[in-house]
Design a protein around this ligand. Structure first.
Ligand SMILES: Nc1ncnc2c1ncn2[C@@H]1O[C@H](COP(=O)(O)OP(=O)(O)OP(=O)(O)O)[C@@H](O)[C@H]1O
Ligand SMILES: [Mg+2]
Length: 234
């Protein structure tokens, strides 16, 4: 029997009264590494934000076998504008708990957690640097450290590799592989680069034409179904 951690039933997701995806019936197993794929505007971010509880289903239900704790790396992070923060402070934001905004982990315990997460992400040497001065790849490492500092059960990453060079992309993917193994995380990751990440994803969640569908990676990629999405990758 599969352990279905996240489940959508007869759901519609979107904004105001306008659905972006309808008839959403899907479940995500605990421990899965799900690649969320689809064209621009197909609803990937909307679906992820719904899973995170940042917006509600317009219809139907989203349920969890056990309510997970989330770590989130949003698309095109807007923290860039928070210029006075050091990288350490950005990573430390992860320790704000979802329903305990004021209970930021303080003192030695919180500090060693943040330091450990930065170290796991190869970002220890960046800790004291102003966040705004970091390169794209360095920022992404700090943001992943921040998500890990939330001590999540589910790590949700929205296009974490956008604008990152090949070597850093591989380093970040290796990092995700490692933390998933070590911490038994479930990972949801929006991506446009299936060729690079194919071996990592246990499942592919495809958003297309107002519908969402999930299945084992090889099954979802069989028969050139996703060809149109990735033909530019050759
Ligand atoms: N805050 C919002 N209010 C109303 N409509 C929105 C809002 N955010 C997104 N949309 C619309 O919802 C649809 C899905 O957007 P979404 O951001 O989920 O797409 P996406 O698959 O993540 O695209 P991309 O690959 O470009 O990131 C789009 O048509 C978009 O214009
Ligand atoms: Mg998006």
């Amino acid at each position: 029997m599969t352990d279905s951690l996240i489940r959508f039933k007869h759901a519609a997701v979107g904004y105001g009264r306008k659905p972006v995806l309808t008839g959403v019936e899907l479940s995500v197993e605990r421990g899965a590494f799900v690649g969320i794929l689809g064209e621009n505007g197909s609803g990937k971010t909307t679906l992820m934000r719904t899973v995170l509880g940042l917006q509600s289903c317009l219809k139907g239900q989203l349920s969890f076998s056990v309510p997970p704790r989330f770590g989130y790396v949003p698309q095109k992070e807007r923290l860039d504008t928070v210029f006075p923060l050091a990288a350490y402070d950005v990573a430390a934001m992860g320790t704000y708990r979802r329903f305990e905004f004021l209970e930021r982990l303080r003192g030695r315990e919180g500090r060693s957690l943040v330091e450990r997460c930065l170290a796991d992400c190869g970002a220890s040497s960046l800790a004291a640097r102003p966040y705004a001065d970091l390169s794209g790849g360095q920022k992404q490492r700090v943001l992943i450290a921040r998500a890990l500092a939330a001590q999540p059960d589910v790590l949700a990453l929205d296009e974490p590799l956008a604008g990152i060079d090949g070597a850093t992309q591989r380093a970040i993917l290796e990092l995700l592989r490692k933390v998933k193994e070590e911490r038994g995380l479930t990972i949801l990751m929006v991506s446009h680069r299936i060729h690079v990440e194919r071996g990592l994803f246990t499942h592919v969640l495809l958003c297309d034409g107002g519908k969402a569908e999930i299945g084992p990676t090889e099954e979802m990629l069989a028969g050139g179904r996703l060809k149109a999405l990735f033909e530019h990758e050759g």
